[in-house]
Design a binder for this molecule. Structure first.
Ligand SMILES: [Zn+2]
Length: 432
């Protein structure tokens, strides 16, 4: 009752011409990102860029403007925990060599806007095929209100060893070029690279602890960085209060990275019981990025096609079983699409959420992996990832009940970021 009174006063004290006034969204269903049930009969109150209340529809103040989302389920905006917006071609290492940083920024902005239109209100960039810091430039332009795009956090570059997954290994030694990754060898070079990343706006450090699947000339089953290099990366980042994300496929690389103190393991393809126990012990987040390999499996799109097929045509079931084990053991698993930017149909990003159900996640757990659990990984749980008072009004609504069909998340009818309406498919609203 007190809450209703406060809201009524808030409405009454606002001038009639106020552009931002408290308003209510009334969907058929509500998934708040925290609870295990789909709720009905709830209203979400927005004031400016924030959610200020969630209350039963019957307690709505009579004066408050209401937007009905008939036939829709309202949810937190989606968080993509692993993405590369500046990548614009399937063979990204070739594309990197022909596109300038400015060109990549222009395409990357379009890709990010496509993600936002499809419900991704936050994106963690895990390094990009870019010599400069175009993602940080895009983030700045978004913060300054020049462009609308998702909230951007993450790393400008992936740090790689010479010959590693971030290096370009298929040119002759005579060819001088700047690799897609930031090439560092030895603890001092790593310390300098971490400081440079932070100086120019990275709020995560991304390290390629092992080889990769979509690069030429390196082996994902090898560990790249030595233990002293790994320790230096984590120690230097920690001095600046910046978390480290570790790309790791090889089992020894996964386990060394967890013990070194990274906040998240990316891919973690060859994890085992020890890796799972370590992730539980250290509270490490796990971002498996499964769907990207499905997307490319059996195609001829990649220069490193054989490495991708090696996992996705023969090991996928075993990997999914391990991911399910990790989830049941209490590892915090986060959705990351890892698909890249401009060449991708933006409906594809949400397929990572559905794939988690193949690993044994309930649909609600899979949704949490792209909302509240992802927000916790970012240390943004007080800001986004759930529908609770005090969070940004980062919201999406999808047709019907996504718990019975997660493909509904691919193309939301309604998208809101920080109280700004990004997308509203009016054909779903009988009032319009
Ligand atoms: Zn990636």
């Amino acid at each position: 009752m007190l809450r209703k009174l406060i809201l009524a006063l808030l409405v009454a004290t606002l001038p009639a011409t106020a552009t931002a006034e408290p308003r209510a969204l009334v969907p058929d269903g509500l998934i708040d990102g925290i609870g295990d049930e789909l709720l009905t009969g709830r209203a979400v109150i927005i004031d400016g860029e924030y959610i200020v209340d969630v209350l039963p529809v019957g307690e709505l103040p009579s004066a408050i403007p209401v937007q009905r989302l008939s036939g829709l389920t309202l949810m937190p905006g989606l968080i993509n925990g692993h993405e590369h917006p500046l990548i614009y071609g399937d063979d990204y290492q070739n594309a990197h060599l022909s596109g300038s940083s400015a060109y990549k920024a222009l395409l990357g902005l379009a890709a990010l806007q496509g993600m936002l239109q499809h419900g991704w209100t936050t994106v963690r960039v895990m390094g990009d095929a870019d010599v400069f810091f175009a993602n940080q430039d895009i983030a700045r332009a978004v913060r300054e209100g020049v462009h609308q795009a998702p909230r951007i956090t993450g790393a400008g570059h992936y740090l790689s060893i010479t010959g590693g997954g971030g290096d370009i290994n298929y040119l002759s030694p005579e060819q001088a070029m700047t690799s897609d990754g930031y090439i560092v060898d030895g603890p001092m070079a790593i310390r300098r690279a971490v400081r440079r990343e932070i100086k120019y706006g990275s709020d995560w450090i991304k390290i390629l602890v092992t080889g990769a699947f979509h690069s030429v000339g390196d082996d994902p089953k090898n560990v790249a960085f030595s233990p002293d290099e790994l320790a230096e990366a984590v120690a230097e980042a920690r001095r600046h209060g910046v978390p480290v994300a570790a790309h790791a496929h090889a089992n020894a690389g996964i386990n060394q990275a967890i013990e070194a103190g990274v906040r998240s393991i990316e891919h973690g393809t060859y994890l085992d019981e020890t890796s799972i126990a370590l992730m539980v012990q250290y509270g490490t987040f796990y971002v498996p990025t499964i769907y990207v390999g499905d997307y490319y499996a059996g195609t001829d799109k990649l220069l490193a096609q054989d490495k991708n097929d090696d996992v996705y045509l023969s090991y996928r079931d075993e990997w999914l079983a391990r991911i399910g084990e990790a989830h049941r053991a209490g590892v915090k698993v986060v959705v990351g699409s890892d698909l890249g930017g401009y060449n991708i149909d933006p409906r594809a990003y949400a397929r990572e959420i559905a794939v988690l159900t193949e690993a044994g996640f309930s649909p609600m757990s899979a949704i949490k992996a792209a909302t509240s659990v992802a927000a916790e990984m970012l240390q943004w749980q007080e800001l986004t990832g759930s529908i609770q008072a005090g969070r940004w009004a980062d919201l999406i609504a999808v047709e019907g009940n996504p718990l019975t069909d997660l493909s509904r998340l691919e193309d939301p009818s309604f998208v809101m970021k920080g109280g700004d309406l990004i997308r509203w498919n009016r054909s779903t609203d009988p009032a319009n």
